[in-house]
Design a protein around this ligand. Structure first.
Ligand code: HEC
Ligand code: HEC
Ligand code: HEC
Ligand code: HEC
Ligand code: HEC
Ligand code: HEC
Ligand code: HEC
Ligand code: HEC
Ligand code: HEC
Ligand code: HEC
Length: 441
């Protein structure tokens, strides 16, 4: 059988071996253009290099807070050759402290695991959430077992109820107060007539400027960086109660007793009675009262103070039986100034809401020991429910760094280093100043 003789060699001979070497018009232009484009690019980089500007190598603009550094890549990246390498915490720490999260944590993530860069306006929170649940969805501690909820997947999955609302928690306030009478009674008061965010310095409708400095509350404010209007001002007798609940004690004396310790009240009452009887000696002996001024003062003071301790003060305080000096004690009021110690709430971010939408029980509560703070489910109606702008990310409500442990940073740069494109000289100077010549890991 005579078949067609077509060997592979013959076939190969039909292929034009010069085909790919020859330049047809389109490919020729393609090649010329690519050289021109690369050339232009290099020239552009060259121009920036002459100006010591490395912006072209960045994968995106820096965040707004760091925009000032966009002329000095070296401040984070160290020497220009290290561009793009993982940035050591040391570089960040040369400008600001990032205090440790918890002494109990088993490892410490790098700064750049949470603080993304070159994403422009995008905030650090975008990646921090994932890093948080990386530990908190299965929390491990250095020793023993975690003292807090240990399987938090998100605010809506595994997140515990707030401590103040868990079974067994109580409002420690040792004061008598009845919200219902004040907001629904004969003189219905608005919430804002007793509660106003801190930092708003306005007069109070039913109060006066405290003549006595209010007791220090600083010690009761735990860690955190609360915004100026985040919490409500502490209740103060003079600012919120004095006009309606005056501490007058004797028809003869127009002044009210100071709202102070019983010793100070006793001193005030005796002094005012002494002044009165000096100006009105005819009152001595009237209505079976003593005839000596000193005796008269002691007699009247005892009467007036009995009324004060057992009725006037007693209305708001559970006065404690008198000690050796015969004066009663006033229990520490312990009105909670801040309910969350592990989260940062902010009233001003929610000022468009009615107070009672978050504190519904305030209008009906009859005793101070009622807890009026809202729980997780209420917050989750917006946070975690996809309501625009109401974030569900952990860092919406929590700090990561324990800022109480922050150490001051010694500024290391001069203005020129941060504002000129002088990487070469800038970085040399930075490196020697920062860490003896090595900013990288
Ligand atoms: C505030 C610190 C900071 C400054 C200033 C800075 N960078 Fe970065 N850069 C980063 C961080 C953080 C990364 C992410 C690297 C990592 O994961 O360690 C990064 C990554 C990069 C990368 C790698 C690509 C990427 O996106 O992962 C390049 C390239 C880069 N930077 C270029 C520059 C240039 C060019 C400049 C100057 C215009 C600059 N950077 C200034 C912090 C900085
Ligand atoms: C050359 C100094 C410098 C270096 C290095 C530096 N920063 Fe900053 N950083 C600043 C300045 C300036 C600001 C803006 C002022 C401020 O908030 O302190 C800032 C702000 C921030 C903020 C607050 C952001 C905001 O939106 O308010 C974070 C977070 C931060 N830096 C993290 C980092 C991290 C992480 C690194 C290391 C990758 C780093 N920084 C390196 C100077 C620096
Ligand atoms: C697990 C994620 C995480 C890590 C790791 C981390 N941070 Fe932060 N950082 C945050 C969050 C969340 C905030 C905002 C809440 C806060 O202030 O704690 C923040 C805030 C900051 C701020 C801004 C403070 C301000 O002025 O508002 C600076 C500066 C900062 N971090 C620096 C650092 C440095 C430096 C490191 C590395 C040593 C670091 N961070 C590591 C999550 C992280
Ligand atoms: C490296 C692991 C780790 C990462 C990442 C981490 N945490 Fe924690 N966190 C811990 C440990 C450990 C504790 C302490 C547990 C204990 O006290 O038993 C803790 C405690 C807490 C507490 C309770 C604080 C207190 O005062 O008791 C909160 C709230 C918290 N973390 C939120 C966050 C948030 C928000 C992030 C992300 C920005 C985050 N954590 C990232 C390990 C981590
Ligand atoms: C209308 C209610 C009211 C009356 C009446 C009243 N107080 Fe008070 N008192 C308060 C409130 C509210 C506080 C907590 C806020 C403050 O210190 O102003 C307080 C706090 C105090 C404190 C500080 C207790 C502490 O926490 O250590 C003393 C002392 C005190 N009162 C004494 C008196 C005396 C004495 C009288 C009577 C002469 C009196 N109060 C009458 C409402 C009242
Ligand atoms: C606008 C006037 C007004 C102001 C301001 C006011 N109260 Fe009253 N308070 C009243 C009236 C009216 C009553 C009910 C009638 C009565 O018992 O005298 C009352 C009753 C009370 C009672 C008795 C409640 C009961 O269950 O019988 C207490 C306790 C009290 N107030 C505490 C306070 C405290 C504390 C403040 C400041 C934080 C305050 N009040 C501010 C008007 C006021
Ligand atoms: C979005 C819900 C929400 C709204 C709206 C709201 N609160 Fe609060 N309020 C809270 C939470 C949560 C706390 C506990 C915060 C803390 O102490 O850490 C609180 C605490 C308080 C406290 C105790 C003191 C303090 O600051 O912690 C008072 C008083 C108070 N709120 C009054 C008001 C008044 C008055 C309004 C209306 C002007 C109002 N709240 C609106 C959620 C809300
Ligand atoms: C006459 C003054 C007065 C008015 C008006 C008033 N409050 Fe209060 N509020 C107080 C006093 C005093 C306390 C502290 C004692 C206590 O815990 O009840 C307090 C405490 C609170 C707390 C602290 C949380 C708690 O569990 O104790 C909240 C929340 C609160 N008030 C919300 C409101 C809201 C909402 C309104 C309006 C509907 C309102 N209050 C009206 C005086 C007032
Ligand atoms: C009606 C919806 C709604 C409810 C209910 C609500 N929030 Fe918010 N919350 C928002 C919105 C919207 C923002 C953003 C507002 C802004 O950025 O000014 C916000 C912001 C915040 C912030 C950030 C504040 C800041 O300083 O930027 C915190 C923390 C917060 N909410 C906690 C809570 C807690 C805790 C509760 C429950 C007691 C709660 N929210 C209930 C809508 C809500
Ligand atoms: C809308 C606000 C909000 C968001 C979002 C949020 N939390 Fe919380 N978280 C709180 C409040 C409020 C508390 C109660 C704080 C307290 O009782 O002092 C709390 C308590 C905690 C506690 C302490 C638990 C305990 O056992 O006492 C941890 C841990 C915690 N949150 C972690 C997280 C983590 C991780 C995320 C992100 C997945 C997250 N939270 C998201 C508001 C929030």
């Amino acid at each position: 059988m005579a078949g067609r003789i077509r060997t592979t060699k013959k076939l190969a001979q039909r292929i034009d071996r010069g085909y790919f070497k020859r330049l047809f018009p389109i490919s020729r232009w393609r090649r010329v253009l690519s050289f021109v484009a690369v050339g232009c690019g290099l020239a552009w980089l060259g121009l920036h290099a002459v100006a010591h500007d490395q912006t072209p190598y960045a994968s995106g603009p820096l965040t707004a807070a760091h925009a000032v550094l966009s002329r000095n890549c070296a401040s984070c990246h160290g020497q220009s050759t290290a561009l793009g390498r993982k940035i050591a915490d040391k570089a960040c720490l040369s400008c600001h402290d990032g205090p440790v999260h918890s002494a109990a944590q088993t490892f410490t993530p790098a700064c750049v695991d949470c603080h993304v860069e070159h994403r422009g306006a995008e905030q650090l929170a975008t990646s921090a959430g994932r890093v948080c649940t990386g530990c908190h969805s299965d929390l491990k501690v250095k020793a023993g077992r975690p003292g807090i909820a240990s399987n938090i997947e998100s605010f809506t999955h595994g997140h515990p109820e707030f401590a103040a609302l868990r079974a067994g928690s109580a409002d420690p306030a040792a004061i008598k107060f009845n919200h219902k009478i004040h907001v629904k009674g004969d003189v219905p008061l608005k919430c804002g007539e007793c509660h106003r965010p801190t930092g708003i310095d306005d007069t109070w409708n039913f109060g006066q400027t405290p003549p006595i400095p209010p007791p220090a509350v600083a010690g009761t404010m735990p860690s955190g960086r609360l915004a100026p209007h985040a919490l409500m001002q502490p209740i103060n007798y003079y600012q919120q109660c004095s006009v309606c609940h005056a501490l007058t004690f004797d028809d003869r004396i127009p002044d009210a007793a100071p709202h102070d310790k019983p010793e100070a009240v006793h001193e005030f009452v005796s002094r005012k009675l002494g002044e009165y009887i000096a100006a009105h000696p005819a009152d001595l002996g009237k209505d079976n009262s003593p005839r000596s001024p000193a005796e008269w003062v002691r007699f009247r003071a005892a009467e007036d103070e009995k009324q004060l301790w057992t009725v006037t003060c007693q209305r708001c305080h559970d006065m404690q039986p008198g000690a050796s000096d015969g004066l009663p004690g006033v229990p520490e009021t312990k009105i909670v100034r801040r309910w969350f110690t592990k989260a940062e709430f902010n009233h001003s971010a929610h000022q468009e809401l009615q107070c009672v939408s978050c504190h519904p029980n305030a209008a009906t509560s009859v005793k101070a020991s009622d807890i009026l703070i809202p729980g997780r489910a209420l917050c989750a109606e917006c946070h975690g429910a996809g309501v625009a702008n109401a974030g569900a990310d952990c860092s919406t409500c929590h700090l990561y760094h324990d800022w109480n442990k922050a150490r001051p940073v010694d500024g290391q740069f001069n203005i020129r280093q941060l504002t000129t494109f002088d990487v070469r000289r800038g970085s040399g100077a930075l490196l020697s100043m920062n860490s003896g010549g090595d900013l990288e890991r």
